[in-house]
Design a protein around this ligand. Structure first.
Ligand SMILES: Cc1cc2nc3c(=O)[nH]c(=O)nc-3n(C[C@H](O)[C@H](O)[C@H](O)COP(=O)(O)OP(=O)(O)OC[C@H]3O[C@@H](n4cnc5c(N)ncnc54)[C@H](O)[C@@H]3O)c2cc1C
Length: 491
Protein backbone atom coordinates (compact mmCIF):
# COMPACT_ATOMS: atom_id res chain seq x y z
CA UNK A 1 0.00 0.00 0.00
CA UNK A 2 1.14 3.55 -0.76
CA UNK A 3 -0.60 6.75 0.30
CA UNK A 4 0.65 10.02 -1.15
CA UNK A 5 -0.48 13.45 -0.09
CA UNK A 6 -1.45 14.90 -3.47
CA UNK A 7 -2.38 18.40 -2.34
CA UNK A 8 -4.13 20.53 0.25
CA UNK A 9 -5.61 23.98 0.49
CA UNK A 10 -3.18 26.63 1.62
CA UNK A 11 -3.48 30.36 2.21
CA UNK A 12 -3.39 32.61 -0.90
CA UNK A 13 -0.71 34.69 0.83
CA UNK A 14 1.58 31.67 0.65
CA UNK A 15 0.57 30.90 -2.93
CA UNK A 16 1.57 34.44 -3.95
CA UNK A 17 4.97 34.01 -2.30
CA UNK A 18 5.46 30.66 -4.05
CA UNK A 19 4.51 32.20 -7.39
CA UNK A 20 7.23 34.82 -6.98
CA UNK A 21 9.81 32.10 -6.33
CA UNK A 22 8.66 29.80 -9.09
CA UNK A 23 9.18 29.86 -12.86
CA UNK A 24 5.82 28.12 -13.21
CA UNK A 25 3.12 30.73 -13.02
CA UNK A 26 0.08 28.45 -13.20
CA UNK A 27 -1.11 27.46 -9.77
CA UNK A 28 -4.37 25.64 -10.21
CA UNK A 29 -6.23 22.73 -8.58
CA UNK A 30 -7.52 21.79 -12.08
CA UNK A 31 -4.56 19.49 -12.64
CA UNK A 32 -5.68 17.30 -9.74
CA UNK A 33 -9.17 17.09 -11.23
CA UNK A 34 -7.68 16.23 -14.64
CA UNK A 35 -5.36 13.56 -13.24
CA UNK A 36 -8.10 11.92 -11.19
CA UNK A 37 -10.47 12.04 -14.16
CA UNK A 38 -7.97 9.94 -16.14
CA UNK A 39 -7.69 7.24 -13.45
CA UNK A 40 -10.64 5.27 -14.77
CA UNK A 41 -9.14 4.78 -18.25
CA UNK A 42 -5.40 4.91 -17.82
CA UNK A 43 -3.09 2.07 -16.71
CA UNK A 44 -0.56 4.62 -15.34
CA UNK A 45 -0.29 5.34 -11.62
CA UNK A 46 -2.25 8.26 -10.17
CA UNK A 47 0.97 10.04 -9.21
CA UNK A 48 2.27 9.81 -12.79
CA UNK A 49 -1.03 11.17 -14.12
CA UNK A 50 -0.74 14.03 -11.68
CA UNK A 51 2.82 14.85 -12.73
CA UNK A 52 1.78 14.81 -16.41
CA UNK A 53 -1.16 17.13 -15.77
CA UNK A 54 1.08 19.51 -13.87
CA UNK A 55 3.55 19.60 -16.79
CA UNK A 56 0.86 20.36 -19.36
CA UNK A 57 -1.78 22.49 -17.72
CA UNK A 58 -3.49 23.58 -20.96
CA UNK A 59 -3.85 19.95 -22.01
CA UNK A 60 -5.27 19.12 -18.57
CA UNK A 61 -7.77 21.96 -18.94
CA UNK A 62 -8.87 20.74 -22.34
CA UNK A 63 -9.34 17.26 -20.96
CA UNK A 64 -11.44 18.57 -18.05
CA UNK A 65 -13.73 20.50 -20.38
CA UNK A 66 -14.18 17.46 -22.61
CA UNK A 67 -14.87 15.14 -19.70
CA UNK A 68 -17.42 17.51 -18.16
CA UNK A 69 -19.12 18.55 -21.41
CA UNK A 70 -19.03 15.34 -23.42
CA UNK A 71 -19.23 12.72 -20.72
CA UNK A 72 -21.11 14.68 -18.03
CA UNK A 73 -18.50 13.36 -15.62
CA UNK A 74 -19.02 16.48 -13.54
CA UNK A 75 -17.88 14.99 -10.24
CA UNK A 76 -14.23 15.48 -11.24
CA UNK A 77 -14.69 19.15 -10.29
CA UNK A 78 -15.19 18.07 -6.67
CA UNK A 79 -11.45 17.40 -6.38
CA UNK A 80 -10.68 21.12 -6.57
CA UNK A 81 -11.42 23.04 -3.38
CA UNK A 82 -11.51 26.77 -2.65
CA UNK A 83 -11.72 28.88 0.50
CA UNK A 84 -13.35 32.30 0.53
CA UNK A 85 -13.48 35.05 3.13
CA UNK A 86 -16.88 36.68 2.62
CA UNK A 87 -16.97 40.01 4.40
CA UNK A 88 -19.67 42.64 4.87
CA UNK A 89 -22.65 40.74 3.52
CA UNK A 90 -26.09 40.91 5.09
CA UNK A 91 -27.61 38.20 7.27
CA UNK A 92 -30.31 38.01 4.62
CA UNK A 93 -27.66 37.15 2.02
CA UNK A 94 -26.10 34.53 4.30
CA UNK A 95 -29.44 32.70 4.21
CA UNK A 96 -28.96 32.28 0.46
CA UNK A 97 -25.30 31.25 0.73
CA UNK A 98 -25.96 28.59 3.33
CA UNK A 99 -28.66 26.92 1.25
CA UNK A 100 -25.80 25.02 -0.39
CA UNK A 101 -25.46 21.95 1.74
CA UNK A 102 -22.28 20.36 0.45
CA UNK A 103 -20.07 23.26 1.56
CA UNK A 104 -18.54 24.23 4.90
CA UNK A 105 -19.19 27.50 6.72
CA UNK A 106 -18.03 29.28 9.83
CA UNK A 107 -19.76 32.53 10.56
CA UNK A 108 -19.50 35.46 12.95
CA UNK A 109 -21.87 34.69 15.81
CA UNK A 110 -24.37 37.28 17.01
CA UNK A 111 -24.27 35.35 20.29
CA UNK A 112 -20.60 35.99 20.94
CA UNK A 113 -19.71 39.20 19.09
CA UNK A 114 -21.07 42.63 20.03
CA UNK A 115 -22.45 44.20 16.88
CA UNK A 116 -21.36 47.68 15.85
CA UNK A 117 -24.44 48.51 13.79
CA UNK A 118 -23.00 48.01 10.28
CA UNK A 119 -25.69 47.16 7.79
CA UNK A 120 -26.27 46.68 4.07
CA UNK A 121 -28.43 49.05 2.04
CA UNK A 122 -29.56 46.92 -0.90
CA UNK A 123 -29.54 48.51 -4.36
CA UNK A 124 -33.30 47.96 -4.64
CA UNK A 125 -33.79 50.28 -1.65
CA UNK A 126 -30.84 52.61 -2.27
CA UNK A 127 -32.47 53.69 -5.51
CA UNK A 128 -35.93 54.17 -4.01
CA UNK A 129 -37.69 56.96 -2.12
CA UNK A 130 -37.58 54.84 1.06
CA UNK A 131 -33.83 54.90 1.58
CA UNK A 132 -33.84 57.57 4.32
CA UNK A 133 -36.65 55.92 6.21
CA UNK A 134 -34.81 52.59 5.87
CA UNK A 135 -31.67 54.06 7.46
CA UNK A 136 -33.69 55.74 10.22
CA UNK A 137 -35.51 52.54 11.17
CA UNK A 138 -32.29 50.54 11.20
CA UNK A 139 -30.69 53.17 13.45
CA UNK A 140 -33.66 52.84 15.80
CA UNK A 141 -33.31 49.06 15.83
CA UNK A 142 -29.57 49.35 16.47
CA UNK A 143 -30.09 51.88 19.27
CA UNK A 144 -32.60 49.63 20.93
CA UNK A 145 -30.11 46.75 20.57
CA UNK A 146 -27.55 48.73 22.59
CA UNK A 147 -30.11 49.67 25.26
CA UNK A 148 -31.36 46.08 25.53
CA UNK A 149 -27.80 44.80 25.76
CA UNK A 150 -26.98 47.04 28.73
CA UNK A 151 -30.30 46.43 30.48
CA UNK A 152 -30.10 42.68 30.04
CA UNK A 153 -26.56 42.64 31.36
CA UNK A 154 -27.40 44.65 34.48
CA UNK A 155 -30.57 42.60 35.05
CA UNK A 156 -28.60 39.37 34.95
CA UNK A 157 -25.84 40.78 37.14
CA UNK A 158 -28.44 41.94 39.66
CA UNK A 159 -29.78 38.38 39.80
CA UNK A 160 -26.29 37.06 40.47
CA UNK A 161 -24.76 39.65 42.82
CA UNK A 162 -21.05 39.49 43.63
CA UNK A 163 -20.07 37.52 40.53
CA UNK A 164 -16.43 38.08 39.70
CA UNK A 165 -15.53 34.87 37.84
CA UNK A 166 -14.63 36.15 34.32
CA UNK A 167 -16.16 33.03 32.76
CA UNK A 168 -19.55 33.67 34.41
CA UNK A 169 -19.34 37.37 33.50
CA UNK A 170 -18.66 36.39 29.88
CA UNK A 171 -21.68 34.03 29.94
CA UNK A 172 -23.86 36.86 31.25
CA UNK A 173 -22.69 39.12 28.48
CA UNK A 174 -23.23 36.47 25.81
CA UNK A 175 -26.74 35.71 27.08
CA UNK A 176 -27.53 39.44 26.85
CA UNK A 177 -26.23 39.59 23.24
CA UNK A 178 -28.18 36.45 22.40
CA UNK A 179 -31.48 38.11 23.28
CA UNK A 180 -30.78 41.75 22.37
CA UNK A 181 -30.03 40.72 18.77
CA UNK A 182 -33.71 39.83 18.19
CA UNK A 183 -34.28 43.50 17.33
CA UNK A 184 -31.49 43.58 14.72
CA UNK A 185 -32.43 43.60 11.07
CA UNK A 186 -31.58 41.02 8.45
CA UNK A 187 -29.61 43.83 6.77
CA UNK A 188 -27.02 43.57 9.57
CA UNK A 189 -23.59 42.87 8.18
CA UNK A 190 -21.67 39.76 8.98
CA UNK A 191 -18.68 37.79 7.76
CA UNK A 192 -17.96 34.14 7.14
CA UNK A 193 -15.34 31.73 5.96
CA UNK A 194 -16.41 29.06 3.52
CA UNK A 195 -14.83 26.04 1.87
CA UNK A 196 -16.37 24.92 -1.39
CA UNK A 197 -15.42 22.43 -4.06
CA UNK A 198 -15.55 23.58 -7.68
CA UNK A 199 -18.70 21.62 -8.47
CA UNK A 200 -20.66 23.32 -5.68
CA UNK A 201 -19.06 26.62 -6.46
CA UNK A 202 -20.23 26.43 -10.06
CA UNK A 203 -23.77 25.68 -8.89
CA UNK A 204 -23.64 28.54 -6.38
CA UNK A 205 -22.40 31.02 -9.00
CA UNK A 206 -25.04 29.87 -11.49
CA UNK A 207 -27.92 30.08 -9.00
CA UNK A 208 -26.71 33.48 -7.78
CA UNK A 209 -26.58 34.80 -11.36
CA UNK A 210 -30.36 34.30 -11.56
CA UNK A 211 -31.14 35.53 -8.06
CA UNK A 212 -33.80 38.16 -7.48
CA UNK A 213 -31.64 40.10 -5.00
CA UNK A 214 -28.95 42.42 -6.33
CA UNK A 215 -26.66 41.66 -3.36
CA UNK A 216 -26.68 37.97 -4.21
CA UNK A 217 -26.05 38.54 -7.92
CA UNK A 218 -23.08 40.73 -6.96
CA UNK A 219 -21.77 38.10 -4.56
CA UNK A 220 -21.96 35.48 -7.33
CA UNK A 221 -20.07 37.80 -9.61
CA UNK A 222 -17.32 38.35 -7.03
CA UNK A 223 -16.97 34.62 -6.50
CA UNK A 224 -16.70 34.00 -10.23
CA UNK A 225 -14.13 36.75 -10.75
CA UNK A 226 -11.94 35.23 -8.03
CA UNK A 227 -11.75 31.80 -9.70
CA UNK A 228 -12.27 32.31 -13.41
CA UNK A 229 -8.55 32.51 -14.18
CA UNK A 230 -7.57 29.87 -11.66
CA UNK A 231 -10.00 27.15 -12.65
CA UNK A 232 -11.59 27.95 -16.03
CA UNK A 233 -11.96 24.33 -17.05
CA UNK A 234 -14.09 23.22 -14.11
CA UNK A 235 -16.36 26.24 -13.58
CA UNK A 236 -18.28 25.98 -16.82
CA UNK A 237 -22.04 26.27 -16.30
CA UNK A 238 -22.06 29.54 -14.41
CA UNK A 239 -24.45 31.77 -16.34
CA UNK A 240 -28.03 32.67 -15.38
CA UNK A 241 -30.61 30.39 -16.96
CA UNK A 242 -34.37 30.07 -17.34
CA UNK A 243 -34.60 27.19 -14.92
CA UNK A 244 -33.20 29.25 -12.05
CA UNK A 245 -34.77 32.52 -13.09
CA UNK A 246 -38.28 31.47 -14.02
CA UNK A 247 -39.26 28.25 -12.26
CA UNK A 248 -40.35 29.63 -8.88
CA UNK A 249 -41.84 32.94 -10.10
CA UNK A 250 -43.92 31.09 -12.71
CA UNK A 251 -44.81 28.36 -10.25
CA UNK A 252 -46.04 31.06 -7.88
CA UNK A 253 -48.20 32.60 -10.59
CA UNK A 254 -49.68 29.19 -11.32
CA UNK A 255 -50.19 28.27 -7.66
CA UNK A 256 -51.91 31.57 -6.89
CA UNK A 257 -54.87 30.13 -8.83
CA UNK A 258 -55.17 27.19 -6.43
CA UNK A 259 -57.24 27.93 -3.35
CA UNK A 260 -55.28 27.23 -0.16
CA UNK A 261 -56.65 28.26 3.24
CA UNK A 262 -54.50 30.45 5.45
CA UNK A 263 -53.36 29.04 8.78
CA UNK A 264 -51.46 31.07 11.36
CA UNK A 265 -50.77 28.15 13.67
CA UNK A 266 -47.15 28.31 14.81
CA UNK A 267 -46.84 24.97 16.61
CA UNK A 268 -44.25 22.43 15.55
CA UNK A 269 -46.22 19.73 13.75
CA UNK A 270 -45.26 16.24 12.73
CA UNK A 271 -46.76 16.25 9.24
CA UNK A 272 -45.63 12.80 8.19
CA UNK A 273 -43.38 9.95 9.28
CA UNK A 274 -42.35 6.43 8.32
CA UNK A 275 -44.98 4.05 9.71
CA UNK A 276 -43.69 1.15 11.84
CA UNK A 277 -40.42 3.05 12.05
CA UNK A 278 -39.02 1.15 15.04
CA UNK A 279 -39.55 -2.18 13.29
CA UNK A 280 -38.04 -0.91 10.04
CA UNK A 281 -34.84 0.26 11.74
CA UNK A 282 -34.51 -2.97 13.72
CA UNK A 283 -35.18 -4.99 10.55
CA UNK A 284 -32.49 -3.00 8.74
CA UNK A 285 -30.03 -3.88 11.51
CA UNK A 286 -30.91 -7.58 11.05
CA UNK A 287 -30.54 -7.11 7.29
CA UNK A 288 -27.12 -5.48 7.65
CA UNK A 289 -25.56 -8.36 9.54
CA UNK A 290 -27.49 -11.26 7.99
CA UNK A 291 -28.24 -12.79 4.59
CA UNK A 292 -32.07 -12.63 4.52
CA UNK A 293 -34.25 -10.34 2.47
CA UNK A 294 -35.53 -7.16 4.09
CA UNK A 295 -39.06 -8.58 4.00
CA UNK A 296 -37.99 -11.64 6.03
CA UNK A 297 -36.11 -9.42 8.51
CA UNK A 298 -39.21 -7.29 9.02
CA UNK A 299 -41.36 -10.38 9.54
CA UNK A 300 -38.87 -11.65 12.14
CA UNK A 301 -38.79 -8.30 13.98
CA UNK A 302 -42.57 -8.13 14.10
CA UNK A 303 -42.59 -11.44 15.99
CA UNK A 304 -40.24 -10.12 18.71
CA UNK A 305 -41.62 -8.96 22.05
CA UNK A 306 -41.11 -5.31 23.08
CA UNK A 307 -38.40 -6.45 25.50
CA UNK A 308 -36.58 -8.34 22.74
CA UNK A 309 -36.80 -5.33 20.43
CA UNK A 310 -35.26 -3.13 23.14
CA UNK A 311 -32.45 -5.67 23.54
CA UNK A 312 -31.77 -5.53 19.81
CA UNK A 313 -31.62 -1.71 19.95
CA UNK A 314 -29.33 -1.86 22.99
CA UNK A 315 -26.98 -4.20 21.18
CA UNK A 316 -26.68 -1.79 18.28
CA UNK A 317 -25.93 1.22 20.48
CA UNK A 318 -23.94 -0.16 23.40
CA UNK A 319 -20.57 1.28 22.31
CA UNK A 320 -22.01 4.64 21.19
CA UNK A 321 -19.91 7.55 22.43
CA UNK A 322 -20.87 11.21 22.27
CA UNK A 323 -19.01 11.92 19.05
CA UNK A 324 -20.33 8.82 17.25
CA UNK A 325 -23.18 8.99 14.80
CA UNK A 326 -25.86 6.34 15.03
CA UNK A 327 -25.60 3.35 12.67
CA UNK A 328 -26.63 4.13 9.08
CA UNK A 329 -29.71 1.88 9.46
CA UNK A 330 -31.27 4.76 11.47
CA UNK A 331 -31.64 6.59 8.18
CA UNK A 332 -34.46 4.20 7.21
CA UNK A 333 -36.97 6.30 9.16
CA UNK A 334 -38.00 9.78 8.09
CA UNK A 335 -39.99 12.53 9.75
CA UNK A 336 -41.51 15.63 8.16
CA UNK A 337 -42.03 18.54 10.54
CA UNK A 338 -43.51 21.93 9.89
CA UNK A 339 -42.77 24.89 12.14
CA UNK A 340 -42.82 28.64 12.33
CA UNK A 341 -39.40 29.90 13.36
CA UNK A 342 -37.83 33.28 14.11
CA UNK A 343 -35.00 34.68 11.98
CA UNK A 344 -32.64 33.87 14.82
CA UNK A 345 -33.78 30.29 15.04
CA UNK A 346 -33.67 29.86 11.27
CA UNK A 347 -30.08 31.14 11.21
CA UNK A 348 -29.11 28.14 13.31
CA UNK A 349 -31.45 25.56 11.83
CA UNK A 350 -30.19 26.12 8.28
CA UNK A 351 -26.68 25.13 9.34
CA UNK A 352 -27.76 21.49 9.54
CA UNK A 353 -26.91 20.16 6.13
CA UNK A 354 -28.06 16.56 6.34
CA UNK A 355 -31.74 17.41 6.18
CA UNK A 356 -34.17 18.92 3.71
CA UNK A 357 -35.16 22.40 4.81
CA UNK A 358 -37.73 24.24 2.73
CA UNK A 359 -38.60 27.75 3.80
CA UNK A 360 -41.12 30.39 2.85
CA UNK A 361 -40.37 34.12 2.87
CA UNK A 362 -40.49 36.04 6.14
CA UNK A 363 -44.09 36.96 6.91
CA UNK A 364 -44.99 39.61 9.53
CA UNK A 365 -48.47 38.03 9.72
CA UNK A 366 -46.84 35.11 11.55
CA UNK A 367 -46.04 37.43 14.47
CA UNK A 368 -42.70 37.88 16.20
CA UNK A 369 -40.64 35.98 18.73
CA UNK A 370 -39.78 38.15 21.73
CA UNK A 371 -37.19 36.65 24.09
CA UNK A 372 -38.71 36.05 27.57
CA UNK A 373 -35.85 38.05 29.11
CA UNK A 374 -37.02 41.17 27.27
CA UNK A 375 -40.40 40.79 28.91
CA UNK A 376 -38.67 40.28 32.27
CA UNK A 377 -36.82 43.60 31.96
CA UNK A 378 -40.09 45.23 30.95
CA UNK A 379 -38.86 46.29 27.52
CA UNK A 380 -41.54 44.43 25.59
CA UNK A 381 -43.45 47.59 24.73
CA UNK A 382 -40.31 49.39 23.46
CA UNK A 383 -39.50 46.33 21.42
CA UNK A 384 -42.98 46.20 19.90
CA UNK A 385 -42.87 49.94 19.12
CA UNK A 386 -39.78 49.49 16.97
CA UNK A 387 -41.30 46.39 15.36
CA UNK A 388 -44.43 48.36 14.50
CA UNK A 389 -42.38 51.03 12.69
CA UNK A 390 -40.35 48.32 10.98
CA UNK A 391 -43.44 46.61 9.64
CA UNK A 392 -44.92 49.89 8.44
CA UNK A 393 -41.85 50.43 6.29
CA UNK A 394 -41.81 46.77 5.25
CA UNK A 395 -45.30 47.18 3.78
CA UNK A 396 -44.12 50.15 1.72
CA UNK A 397 -41.00 48.42 0.40
CA UNK A 398 -42.93 45.26 -0.46
CA UNK A 399 -44.84 47.29 -3.03
CA UNK A 400 -41.68 48.27 -4.94
CA UNK A 401 -39.52 45.20 -4.32
CA UNK A 402 -41.00 42.22 -2.44
CA UNK A 403 -37.69 40.33 -2.08
CA UNK A 404 -35.76 43.36 -0.77
CA UNK A 405 -38.40 44.16 1.85
CA UNK A 406 -37.13 41.35 4.07
CA UNK A 407 -33.87 43.26 4.75
CA UNK A 408 -35.68 45.59 7.14
CA UNK A 409 -37.30 42.74 9.10
CA UNK A 410 -35.63 41.60 12.30
CA UNK A 411 -34.34 38.41 13.85
CA UNK A 412 -37.66 38.33 15.76
CA UNK A 413 -39.70 38.04 12.55
CA UNK A 414 -40.82 34.64 11.48
CA UNK A 415 -41.05 32.32 8.54
CA UNK A 416 -42.63 28.96 7.99
CA UNK A 417 -40.37 25.96 7.39
CA UNK A 418 -40.78 22.36 6.33
CA UNK A 419 -38.12 19.97 7.59
CA UNK A 420 -37.58 16.46 6.39
CA UNK A 421 -34.94 14.40 8.14
CA UNK A 422 -34.07 10.87 9.14
CA UNK A 423 -33.62 9.58 12.67
CA UNK A 424 -29.84 9.49 12.35
CA UNK A 425 -29.71 13.25 11.66
CA UNK A 426 -32.38 13.92 14.29
CA UNK A 427 -30.12 12.26 16.88
CA UNK A 428 -27.32 14.63 15.85
CA UNK A 429 -29.45 17.77 15.93
CA UNK A 430 -31.04 16.89 19.26
CA UNK A 431 -27.63 16.12 20.75
CA UNK A 432 -26.41 19.62 19.84
CA UNK A 433 -29.50 21.79 19.92
CA UNK A 434 -31.56 20.41 22.80
CA UNK A 435 -28.51 20.87 24.96
CA UNK A 436 -28.56 23.57 27.69
CA UNK A 437 -25.58 25.22 25.91
CA UNK A 438 -27.68 25.74 22.77
CA UNK A 439 -29.68 28.91 22.21
CA UNK A 440 -33.17 28.76 23.83
CA UNK A 441 -35.21 29.39 20.67
CA UNK A 442 -33.79 26.50 18.64
CA UNK A 443 -33.74 24.42 21.85
CA UNK A 444 -37.54 24.80 22.08
CA UNK A 445 -38.15 23.89 18.44
CA UNK A 446 -35.84 20.88 18.53
CA UNK A 447 -37.33 19.75 21.85
CA UNK A 448 -40.79 19.64 20.23
CA UNK A 449 -39.44 17.72 17.26
CA UNK A 450 -37.75 15.23 19.55
CA UNK A 451 -40.88 14.71 21.70
CA UNK A 452 -42.99 14.07 18.61
CA UNK A 453 -40.49 11.61 17.16
CA UNK A 454 -40.40 9.72 20.47
CA UNK A 455 -44.16 9.19 20.32
CA UNK A 456 -44.11 7.51 16.91
CA UNK A 457 -40.80 5.64 17.30
CA UNK A 458 -40.54 5.00 21.06
CA UNK A 459 -37.91 2.26 20.93
CA UNK A 460 -35.29 3.53 18.54
CA UNK A 461 -35.39 6.96 20.22
CA UNK A 462 -34.51 5.58 23.65
CA UNK A 463 -31.16 7.41 23.49
CA UNK A 464 -32.47 10.52 21.73
CA UNK A 465 -31.38 13.35 24.03
CA UNK A 466 -28.97 16.26 24.40
CA UNK A 467 -25.25 15.65 24.91
CA UNK A 468 -25.53 16.76 28.55
CA UNK A 469 -28.36 14.35 29.24
CA UNK A 470 -26.72 11.43 27.40
CA UNK A 471 -24.78 9.79 30.27
CA UNK A 472 -27.93 9.64 32.42
CA UNK A 473 -30.08 8.35 29.60
CA UNK A 474 -27.48 5.70 28.76
CA UNK A 475 -27.32 4.72 32.43
CA UNK A 476 -31.11 4.25 32.60
CA UNK A 477 -30.92 1.83 29.69
CA UNK A 478 -27.69 -0.07 30.34
CA UNK A 479 -27.33 0.41 34.12
CA UNK A 480 -23.83 1.76 33.57
CA UNK A 481 -22.35 4.98 32.21
CA UNK A 482 -21.12 5.23 28.61
CA UNK A 483 -17.43 5.06 27.87
CA UNK A 484 -15.98 8.53 27.42
CA UNK A 485 -12.80 8.56 25.37
CA UNK A 486 -10.60 11.39 26.56
CA UNK A 487 -9.05 13.47 23.79
CA UNK A 488 -5.56 14.58 24.81
CA UNK A 489 -5.30 18.36 24.74
CA UNK A 490 -2.25 19.78 23.00
CA UNK A 491 0.66 20.81 25.21
C1 LIG B 1 -23.70 25.83 20.79
C2 LIG B 1 -23.36 26.06 19.36
C3 LIG B 1 -22.65 27.19 18.97
C4 LIG B 1 -22.32 27.41 17.63
N1 LIG B 1 -21.63 28.54 17.27
C5 LIG B 1 -21.30 28.76 15.99
C6 LIG B 1 -20.57 29.91 15.58
O1 LIG B 1 -20.21 30.77 16.39
N2 LIG B 1 -20.28 30.08 14.26
C7 LIG B 1 -20.64 29.15 13.34
O2 LIG B 1 -20.37 29.33 12.16
N3 LIG B 1 -21.34 28.03 13.68
C8 LIG B 1 -21.68 27.82 14.97
N4 LIG B 1 -22.40 26.70 15.31
C9 LIG B 1 -22.87 25.78 14.24
C10 LIG B 1 -22.00 24.53 14.12
O3 LIG B 1 -20.67 24.86 13.85
C11 LIG B 1 -22.52 23.62 12.99
O4 LIG B 1 -22.36 24.25 11.75
C12 LIG B 1 -23.98 23.25 13.14
O5 LIG B 1 -24.27 22.89 14.45
C13 LIG B 1 -24.30 22.08 12.19
O6 LIG B 1 -23.81 20.89 12.73
P1 LIG B 1 -22.81 19.89 12.00
O7 LIG B 1 -21.89 20.63 11.12
O8 LIG B 1 -22.21 19.00 13.03
O9 LIG B 1 -23.68 18.93 11.18
P2 LIG B 1 -24.83 18.83 10.07
O10 LIG B 1 -24.66 19.84 9.01
O11 LIG B 1 -26.14 18.72 10.78
O12 LIG B 1 -24.46 17.41 9.47
C14 LIG B 1 -24.54 16.23 10.26
C15 LIG B 1 -23.23 15.48 10.25
O13 LIG B 1 -22.89 15.17 8.90
C16 LIG B 1 -21.46 15.28 8.73
N5 LIG B 1 -21.18 16.34 7.76
C17 LIG B 1 -22.05 17.18 7.18
N6 LIG B 1 -21.44 17.94 6.27
C18 LIG B 1 -20.14 17.59 6.28
C19 LIG B 1 -18.99 18.01 5.55
N7 LIG B 1 -19.04 18.93 4.61
N8 LIG B 1 -17.81 17.43 5.85
C20 LIG B 1 -17.72 16.48 6.79
N9 LIG B 1 -18.77 16.02 7.50
C21 LIG B 1 -19.97 16.57 7.24
C22 LIG B 1 -20.89 15.58 10.10
O14 LIG B 1 -20.61 14.37 10.76
C23 LIG B 1 -22.04 16.27 10.79
O15 LIG B 1 -21.96 16.20 12.18
C24 LIG B 1 -22.72 26.47 16.64
C25 LIG B 1 -23.44 25.31 17.04
C26 LIG B 1 -23.76 25.10 18.37
C27 LIG B 1 -24.55 23.87 18.74
Amino acid sequence: MKVILAGYNIDTGLIKKLKRLSSNNVFTPETISAAYARISRSPRSVSTLRKEALKEVEKARLSNRRIIFEMSHHSIAEHAVFNFDIIGISRRAVEEVERFRLCSYTEKSQRYVTLEGDYVIPEEIKNSKFVDEYCTIISEQNNLYKILLEKLKSYRLKNQPGVSDPKILKNIENAAKEDARYILSLATQTQLGTTINARNLELMIRRFASHELDEIRKLGNHLYRQVKHIAPSIILFYRANDYDQRTYPELKEYCDKIKVLNDLNSEVRLEDYTRDGDDKILASLLFRVGRSSFEQCLTAVKKLSRKEKIELFKNACKYLELYDTLPREFEMVNYTFSAVVSGSCFAQLKRHRMMTLINQDYDPLLGITIPPSIKEIKMEEEFKKVIKKTEKLYKKIVKISPPAASYILTNAHRKRVLINLNLRELYHIVRLREDPTAQWDIQNIVHSMSEKAKKVTPLTTLLLCSKTEYPERYHELYKKYPKVTKVPLPG
